[in-house]
Write a new protein. Structure first.
Length: 133
């Protein structure tokens, strides 16, 4: 019985860790927070001119996975207001380290979404944007 308990705990742990992993096809957004100054970087994934040189802008297609990865374990959330491009209000609740979300499939090409990245310990958010390809 004890070996079954260990086995079930191992399976549960692996399933939890796999939900945090990301693949080569995911759009990864690196979030660097230091003394509440937040900068965002990553591969913009945009076609020519879509982000117009904005380093805090990424482009995503319907159904893409986007992973926000913080440089620390401080909890952060993603605030899109009432108009989120992400399925199941993903990012709405603060999580430590990273958030992985899926872009909704019922969006129009060219839709643009400004949002805030808020760290619980900070007063001012960062305000990047997502453009749908």
């Amino acid at each position: 019985k004890y070996s079954n308990f260990i086995y079930l705990n191992l399976v549960a742990t692996l399933m939890t860790l796999s939900s945090y992993a990301f693949s080569a096809n995911d759009i990864v957004i690196d979030i660097h927070e230091e003394q509440c100054v937040v900068t965002v970087s990553g591969n913009s994934n945009c076609d020519a001119g879509q982000c117009a040189g904005d380093s805090q802008c990424v482009c995503a297609s319907k159904g893409d996975h986007i992973v926000w990865v913080a440089n620390n374990e401080d909890p952060f959330d993603l605030d899109f207001g009432a108009d989120s491009p992400l399925k199941e209000n993903c990012g709405k609740h603060a999580k430590a380290g990273q958030q992985k979300c899926v872009v909704k499939t019922d969006l129009a090409s060219g839709d643009e979404f400004a949002y805030d990245i808020r760290f619980e310990k900070c007063d001012q958010p960062a305000d990047p944007r997502i453009i749908i390809k």
